[in-house]
Write a protein that binds this ligand. Structure first.
Ligand SMILES: Cc1cc2nc3c(=O)[nH]c(=O)nc-3n(C[C@H](O)[C@H](O)[C@H](O)COP(=O)(O)O)c2cc1C
Length: 209
């Protein structure tokens, strides 16, 4: 399935935050991937997505320079990998078809976009993305697991640790650590003996010891 309108390919609720991976090229054309929350909206003549990359993120810098990217619909473990670069899952890229951006090989769907408007609000940017091509891959359906969704919660908190350290926000850091501990313990219990446990152990090594 391939087109420019999102709802022909993907079922979504307008305005809800979906967790995806945004891929972009850097100035020297190195492919880059980062997990980001994405909201989708249908407009009369085109669909748009709104993303909020942190102003210090590589994704923000790449979008400012290149003005195009792709939203990759991936499974939860790939969200964790792309947020924290644990080097447990391999990432392979190929070129997008309609815009100048890399795509993550093996994603469930790819949404290619140009950045039609980019503003900053304090530490966060708000990027409006005009969707240029929406395409579904042929991956099998995945079952929902709380183990992987708990890992994603841990990864969101872990991805904020450095920012809170920079701000020297001790209360914030304590909350983050509590979230990481709780989420990892749930993930380890529900994903015992699987790749989830391996990823959880890596998170413990990097963030909790
Ligand atoms: C599920 C999930 C959602 C995230 N959403 C955002 C987001 O909307 N904006 C953001 O700047 N970072 C977000 N992060 C953190 C980034 O993925 C992570 O910090 C990333 O490595 C930073 O981006 P960069 O690689 O482009 O520098 C998210 C992390 C996870 C696990």
């Amino acid at each position: 399935m391939r087109g420019t309108r999102l709802k022909e390919t993907i079922t979504f609720i307008e305005g809800m935050v979906y967790e995806c991976v945004v891929t972009t090229f850097s100035e020297d054309r190195a492919p880059h991937s980062a997990s980001m929350g994405v909201r989708f909206y249908s407009r009369a003549t085109e669909d748009i997505a709104i993303i909020r990359p942190h102003v210090e993120s590589q994704t923000y810098r790449n979008l400012v320079t290149r003005k195009s990217g792709a939203i990759n619909v991936v499974d939860p473990l790939m969200l964790v990998e792309c947020a924290l670069d644990l080097e447990i899952l391999e990432k392979e890229y190929r070129s997008a078809r309609s815009v100048d951006a890399p795509l993550l090989e093996g994603a469930q769907a790819w949404i290619e976009f140009t950045a039609s408007n980019l503003i900053t609000e304090g530490e966060w940017s708000v990027v409006e993305c005009a969707l240029k091509e929406v395409r579904a891959g042929n991956r099998q359906l995945q079952l929902f697991s709380r183990a992987t969704s708990a890992l994603v919660e841990a990864a969101v908190a872990a991805s904020r640790v450095q920012v809170y350290r920079k701000m020297n926000d001790q209360d914030g850091l304590r909350e983050l650590m509590k979230t990481i501990e709780r989420s990892i313990s749930l993930a380890r219990r529900l994903g015992k003996g699987t790749l989830v446990e391996r990823v959880a152990d890596e998170l413990i090594k990097r963030y909790l010891v």
